[in-house]
Design a protein around this ligand. Sequence first.
Ligand code: FE2
Length: 281
Amino acid sequence: MRRSLCVRMGQMIPELWPARLHHLRRDSPKPEPLAQFYGELLGDRVAPLPDGSWLIAGRGRRLVIGKGTAGSVPYFALQLQDSIHLDAYRRGCKAEPFSSALFEEGAFAVTDPDGRRIVFGLSKEIETPVGLSARLQHFVCATQRLPEMLEFYRGLGMAESDRVLEGDTLSAVFLRSDPEHHSFAAFRAPESRPDHHCYETSGWLDIRDWADRMARLRIPLWWGPGRHGPGNNLFFMIEDPDGHKVEFSAELELMPKDMPHRTWPHEQRTLNLWGSAWMRS
Ligand SMILES: [Fe+2]
């Protein structure tokens, strides 16, 4: 039987595990061209949603593009296991109802210290597996308040996998909601903003195939290929038209639920064992 709550430092923590990133929303002042960009990038179908936003959906991946500030990600959505899991989780956290075209009725959301919403629900859609393999796997933000963000996301029931320290100061944290090394991460930065989202492929040869697709589309690789220290995954990144980064990854590390977090130094090698790194601070 699943426990609905666990206790950490005297605080009741709702049981999130296992939960996976299901979709996220990326906003732009001109959503339709951005939706067409992602449709071409991923080889996915693009369709309007009733509220005027756009859905880009393909093999294990769904993205909502709406009208808003360039580069923003107003929410990301986690899929829980079933209705029993979802109901038990809702009882354990302060949530507000959330209506999503991609989730069954009963989805709900909480708001993090940066004002971004995290939505919890059950998938409505039966997926059509077309296109190259790459499942939407994690979302990452930059933040001015990293310690508060770590505390908040641990309070949601995520397990800390790795942290990066500059002296005694946190510079990055990686958290998991199932055995995959991270479904969410955050970097210390001068301003709070979205950082990137990532598609996990089935192996190194998929990284080659996706990079060849970028070449055909004349989209230059922005960073990589390389291998991250935390997560040990192979990766490259590109930029979308608003400067938001999109990552393709392979071989992301798996960690047991109760494995304690590890610590890395704040240096380029931590973020790319193969070479230079994108340092957010
Ligand atoms: Fe990433």
